[in-house]
Design a protein around this ligand. Structure first.
Ligand code: AMP
Ligand code: MG
Length: 332
């Protein structure tokens, strides 16, 4: 059979109790794929040391092979086994792990049986590694005892998922199991940073902000923006997180036939949703992907051909929200 052919597999729906979690771990040990909640977004997990399992993740997501996966570990000690941790990273991890910070680090030499498969790293010599804080993700990692590669649980290029129902919509029939862990509390993907030659660069903004990182690292050469001509991380594609309906950003006066995604109360006379009635940026981040998914569906049943989005202040987690919206607005 051609490897391009879509293969439908039956997807087990698991409850996030002890029974569901031990079944999820059993599936991972057998080389299967399991979507589970993290504090940022849902992840699609597989054994990071098993190249066949990793192949299934790329297949299910339709993810380009040159886009490596974030590796999740249960704690700093497990991270130290797989990657080289310098004193700066160690400091950062003490402050932010478990939590939504991913650090790109050189991999340690390990035996072929033990090492993270090249397939998960797109043949890079580095590993993007993090320790998630979500109790379900932590329990799975502790019971599994090995690193889990877990990119966001969505189809490549489309909206990330922060609700169980959205994961079911996009991945059922493509993955072995989905754990129902309710909505993800943060709602935007982890902050990714890299440190090279004593220079720290944020590759993807997230819940952990530049200010918070600066307050820990003190004086270090610090670069905020990535060089647009040099893609350090293959996943920094400009178009990403795309709903099917075109979106317009920073709109104060929506057009008559548009759906509105508000920050603050929904303006009178318009159809749409609000990210946060009280203009709370953390609430807005938590609702971001689910609101876009709902408006995308609503657009299909109404005469709306675009979604107008209110401006969201460029500070704190608002920087991450604006980053995702900018990519969502960009079409290839
Ligand atoms: P996601 O698919 O949402 O989990 O995003 C993971 C991001 O991390 C993508 O942008 C990847 O390209 C990036 N990434 C993963 N591993 C590495 C690595 N070793 N070096 C640089 N970027 C990485
Ligand atoms: Mg993703």
């Amino acid at each position: 059979m051609s490897s391009n052919k879509t293969k439908y597999i039956s997807t087990e729906i698991l409850t996030c109790n002890d029974l569901g979690i031990s079944r999820a771990v059993q599936i991972l040990k057998n080389g299967g794929t399991v979507a589970f909640p993290t504090e940022t977004v849902y992840g699609l997990g597989a054994d990071a040391t098993n190249s066949e399992a990793i192949e299934k993740v790329y297949q299910a997501k339709g993810r380009p092979k040159n886009n490596p996966l974030i590796i999740h570990v249960k704690d700093k000690t497990m991270a130290e086994h797989y990657v080289e941790m310098d004193s700066l990273t160690s400091k950062l991890s003490t402050s932010f792990w478990p939590g939504p910070l991913t650090v790109i680090l050189k991999k340690n030499p390990l035996t072929s049986k033990e090492r993270i498969t090249e397939k998960a790293l797109s043949k890079l010599k580095t590993v993007a590694i993090r320790v998630p804080a979500h109790p379900v993700a932590r329990k799975i990692l502790c019971l599994f005892g090995k690193p889990i590669a877990a990119p966001s649980a969505n189809l490549s290029g489309k909206l990330s998922t922060t609700r169980f129902e959205d994961v079911v919509m996009c991945l059922s029939g493509k993955v072995d199991a989905i754990v129902d862990g309710g909505p993800c509390p943060i709602g935007v993907e982890s902050t990714i940073l890299t440190i090279e030659n004593g220079q720290l660069t944020i590759l993807r903004p997230g819940k952990i902000t530049e200010e918070e990182i600066k307050s820990i690292i003190g004086k270090i050469k610090y670069k905020k923006e990535i060089n647009k001509n040099k893609i350090t991380s293959p996943g920094q594609f400009e178009s990403h997180y795309c709903p099917e309906t075109p979106i317009r950003l920073n709109v104060l006066h929506p057009r008559k036939n548009e759906l509105v995604l508000a920050f603050g109360p929904l303006p009178q006379g318009f159809n749409g949703l609000t990210l946060s009635k009280i203009s709370d940026p953390n609430e807005a981040a938590m609702n971001l992907y689910s609101a876009l998914a709902d408006l995308d569906n609503l657009a299909k049943t109404t005469q709306s051909n675009s979604i107008a989005i209110h401006p969201i202040p460029l500070q704190g987690i608002g920087i991450a929200i604006n980053d995702r919206l900018r990519r969502a607005a960009k079409r290839l």
